[in-house]
Every structure is written in C-alpha cells, then in structure tokens.
Ligand binder design. Structure first.
Ligand code: ATP
Length: 438
C-alpha cells in the first residue's frame, strides 16, 4: 500500500512536470485562462500548435497520402439531428453520473476509486442511484429554438464519414477494401474532465472507416493493426509502453465483433490511447434504415449487392500529444548541471533548428547569423532565432522545447564559412560548413 502511494506520487509529479513545462514554454495553456478558465478546454500555444500539427500531418501522410486506398473527407461539425438519432447517440451516448448529497460534487460513477466515497468531501454513502448523463453538447441551428432545430456538436468524427460514404462511392467508385479518413474536432460534455488534455471536453480525432467485404474483415483488421503500430513507432513511443487490450465480448459495443484498445503507459497510468474496432455493417445499415437510401455496394463486373462491413481505427489527437510529451520528457545531467530535455523525434520537434550569433553586439556576426537563419527558415520553416543571454542559457532553453540542433555563428565563421552545430541529445558540438547545413 505504501509502495503504491509512492508510485502514484511519482506519476503525479511526472504529469505536473509536463503540465508546468507545457505552460511555461508555450505548448499548452488552460482554456480561457485569463477569465479563470473553462474546465475541460485547453489552448495550444505556438509550440503546441507546431507539435500537434506535426503529429496530425504524420498521421495524414502515413494513413492518407502514402496509400492508394484512402479517401479523405472534411465534414461539417454540425449535422442533422437524425444522424445522432440513427447512430444511437441521442439515446445511449451516456456516462453514469452520481452526485454527492453533501457537497453536490458530480462524478462519473465508473471512474471512482471508491464507489461509496466522495473524492471531494470524503463523505461516505452520499451518492444516490447513478443516472445516465448524455455527453453531447446540444445547440439550435437557425433562429427558432424548438425540437426541430436541435443539433449537436459532434461527439465523434466518424458519423461525418459514414454520411458521406455514398457520395464518395458515387464520385469515385473505389474497389473494396477502401477507407475514408477524417481529422477534426469532437466535443463531449465529460462529467469529470481530468488528467491534463487526456480527458477534455473539446478535442480532436483522427478516424478511418475502412470498408470491406464481410468475409474478408480479418485481413484488413490485422493490416490496420500493423499500420497503427508503425504510426506509434514513428511517434517515438517506446514499444514496451504500448499494450493491446483485447476487449472481451461483454465489454464491447453490442455491434462490435472485435475491438482492440491500444493502451499506453501515460504518467497517469495505463490508459486508452486509441481504439480499433470491427463494427460489422451496423453504421451503414442504420443509415440505410433511417434515411431510406441504399448503402449497398456492387463489386465491378458482379451482380451481387451487399452493405460493406467496417473496421474503424479511432485515434485521439490530445492523447497522442500527451503520449509524445511524456515519452520525450527527460531529466539528465550535463557537466554536473541538471537539465530538462524534450527528446522529440526530429520530425515532430516544433523547432528543428535554433540559430544564434555567439554575441549580439557584433553587427557582422548578427548579419551572418541572419543569413544562415533565413536560409534554414526558407528550407525548413520551423527555425527559431535566439540571441538572448549566453550560449549555455540558450542551449538549456532549446533543450526544454526539444530543438534537435542549435547553430551558432562565431568569429571563425566569418573566416571559414562554417558554424557550430550542437546536438540536443548528445550535447556534442560539430563544425559544419554552411553549405552543408540542413
Ligand atoms: P474513454 O473510455 O477513455 O472515455 P472512449 O472509449 O469513449 O474513451 P472513443 O469513443 O473510442 O473513446 O473515442 C476514440 C478516441 O478518441 C479515444 O481512444 C481517445 O483517443 C479519444 N477521446 C475520446 N474521448 C476523449 C476525451 N474526452 N478527451 C480526449 N480524447 C478523447
């Protein structure tokens, strides 16, 4: 028990360190911070935007651009309420909610450590029966606020794919199997948003609906699982922290024939990073039945019609960002001095190069450094200029934001057209000719 407490404290400390660095160095801030915040919302600062984009672009490259079988869409966030009635979200997209009769704190019943004890005031036996709380944010479209104008901020991006399945088939007639992919915002009115960006009320998803012939689902399921691992590897996540959880039948959605949750050892413990589910023909059949439009597919040259089955890999962007931040966060010592270094894979680092003149009061050095900076910036975009403080301090700052290379222009540069390039991970410095940079 004592040991468990120690482990928990260390984990909380690790998360605290990441949250504090994320805020201090301009990755992620509390949403609406200046007005006291808005629970479950987060704002990305300059470096956070860059990191998040790099993560999303990597996914886009690996799952969309590099493949021949993927058709991307970007659907509206607001959708006809019938979408959510047909999909079952209006009736069943709920979490069990309990309220403490003493302090009136509200909690998600299935996430309580002790189901009889209020985590806020410590009272025991003060929770009544759990009630089902629908997590969709409701709104009205247009100027009339009645039942017919009700809409919801989408709680998942998947439905924007399913509702466009027929459009894409009609426009492109892709051979089976093929996938449709989408990235975008999703909103869930989580009862207890917590653990930094892990459980937010506004977040982003990257989802694929992969359409297959019913009796060939297993092959595509295995292939997508392998693709998922390739992607997680490219995110730089250590493989011993990634776990496959085969979700048992009783815990799966009723329509799912197989689900694997990919879990990751976050600083908060082992939790779901993404999911892979074989959803049979549940979603397309729902649309066919509710919209009265055929979702059938005919294989070219054959007469048989059928509704394709679907495999869905569903990734959360925030959970990917959190995994990447926690995998990168490192504390080590350089020349007997403690440092914090974010060891991002180079292709994800928000800043790839930092360029500095050795000193800032020598115009000829600054001018030369500006030329190198412009050259690298034109080529790579994500290049930073830093001439504040001494070189040691600049290196520490760049280590904290995970910049792989610091380029310093010194007096020798004016003679030999070479610069010092310092490596973030090894801290080794090399002399490199400007023409060979980048
Ligand atoms: P959980 O059980 O943790 O609530 P879920 O099983 O409801 O998650 P899904 O509906 O399968 O999640 O959503 C797919 C993915 O979207 C999740 O694996 C996760 O990465 C992400 N996601 C879901 N809810 C949130 C949230 N509130 N904040 C951040 N990401 C989320």
């Amino acid at each position: 028990m004592v040991q468990l407490t120690v482990v928990m404290n260390e984990k909380n400390q690790e998360l605290e360190n990441i949250v504090s660095l994320a805020k201090r160095r301009g990755f992620i801030y509390n949403g609406s911070d200046v007005y006291g915040g808005l629970s479950g919302t987060w704002d990305y600062g300059p470096l956070g935007v860059a990191l998040k984009r790099n993560i999303m672009n990597l996914w886009w490259k690996m799952f969309v651009e590099d493949r021949e079988d993927m058709y991307p869409v970007d659907a509206a966030i607001l959708m006809n309420q019938k979408v959510w009635q047909a999909s079952g979200h209006t009736a069943t997209f709920t979490d069990p909610l309990v309220e403490c009769s003493n302090c009136h704190g509200r909690f998600r019943a299935d996430k309580l450590d002790n189901p009889n004890k209020c985590p806020t005031c410590g009272s025991e036996g003060t929770f009544g029966e759990a009630r089902q709380f629908n997590m969709m944010f409701k709104t009205h479209v247009g100027s009339t606020e009645d039942d017919t104008s009700v809409s919801y901020l989408r709680p998942e991006t998947a439905q924007g794919i399913f509702t466009n399945y027929k459009n894409v088939v009609d426009s492109f007639y892709p051979d089976l199997p093929f996938g449709m992919a989408q990235q975008g915002k999703a909103f869930r009115n989580e009862i207890s948003p917590r653990d930094f960006i892990f459980r937010s009320r506004e977040f982003e998803q990257m989802e694929i609906e992969y359409f297959v012939e019913p009796d060939k689902w297993q092959v595509s399921f295995d292939a997508l699982l392998a693709n998922i691992h390739e992607y997680l590897n490219a995110l730089g996540l250590p493989s011993d922290k990634i776990h496959e959880l085969e979700v048992p039948e009783g815990d799966r959605a009723h329509y799912s024939k197989r689900t694997i949750d990919i879990e990751y050892d976050f600083p908060i413990g082992r939790e779901e990073l993404l999911g892979l589910a074989y959803r049979t023909d549940f979603d397309l059949m729902n649309i066919q039945n509710h919209a009265g439009k055929s979702m059938e597919y005919t294989i070219k040259g054959m007469n048989t019609k059928f509704v394709p089955h679907v495999i869905e890999p569903s990734f959360g962007v925030e959970r990917s960002v959190m995994a990447v931040l926690s995998a990168a966060y490192t504390e080590d010592e350089v020349n007997d001095e403690k440092r914090i270094v974010m060891k991002f894979p180079e292709h994800l680092a928000p800043v790839k190069y930092c360029v500095s003149p050795l000193v800032r009061n020598k115009p000829e050095l600054v001018e030369k450094a500006r030329t190198v900076y412009q050259m690298l910036k034109k080529k790579h975009g994500n290049v930073m200029w830093d001439d504040n403080g001494n070189i040691g301090k600049r290196y520490r700052r760049q280590d904290e934001i995970g910049t792989p290379y610091c380029v310093v222009i010194d007096f020798e540069t004016l003679e030999d057209n070479a610069v010092t390039v310092r490596d973030r991970d090894t801290t080794e410095q090399k002399r490199v000719s400007i023409s060979e940079l980048g």
